[in-house]
Design a protein around this ligand. Sequence first.
Ligand code: 5GP
Length: 193
Amino acid sequence: MKLLEERIQRDGIIREGNVLKVDSFINHQMDTELFWEMAKEWKRLFAGEQITKILTIEASGIGIAAVVAREFQVPVVFAKKSMSINLDNDNYSTKIESFTHGRIYDVIVSKKFLTASDRVLIIDDFLANGCALMGLLELVERAGATVAGIGVAIEKGFQRGGELIRARGIHLESLAIVDAMDARTGTIQFREK
Ligand code: 5GP
């Protein structure tokens, strides 16, 4: 998506350790006009899919997912990160390793908000090694729901997450795929669609 690529080029900051900072329009300050354009693009890309629910993970996916849910006119649920979960019967839970924080979280979704009749579109801001998305896929599986697709804003194509997800035959739509970035020169190379 040209608009997103141009914004990343203009306002993205490359940090050592393969981290792309997009704090000024996604991860801290949020540009909801841009989110709306992204939502419309996913609506077009997933036009053939029947979707009943948007699922994301706190915190940085929530802003984007909320705008996407408005566009699809379905509810949005975010998986909650928790340091110590109550292992009760009311939640589906799994463990996710955080790329940015380097630690493992318990992640939960209430059984009330994810059911076997749901067809789920998973939305997240970044795809790196795929741990966050694999965890969300597991929660959907535990609920007996169906994954209709995954929408990612920025995929870092030089990490293995995209390959892992596509190998599972899941319909993945990343709006910008970064194939290479250089913290020293500040250059970013996007994958041609
Ligand atoms: P994964 O689980 O795919 O390794 O990483 C995905 C999660 O880590 C995303 O939800 C995102 O919050 C965070 N993340 C991964 N890489 C980056 C990055 O380069 N920049 C930012 N801002 N977040 C990232």
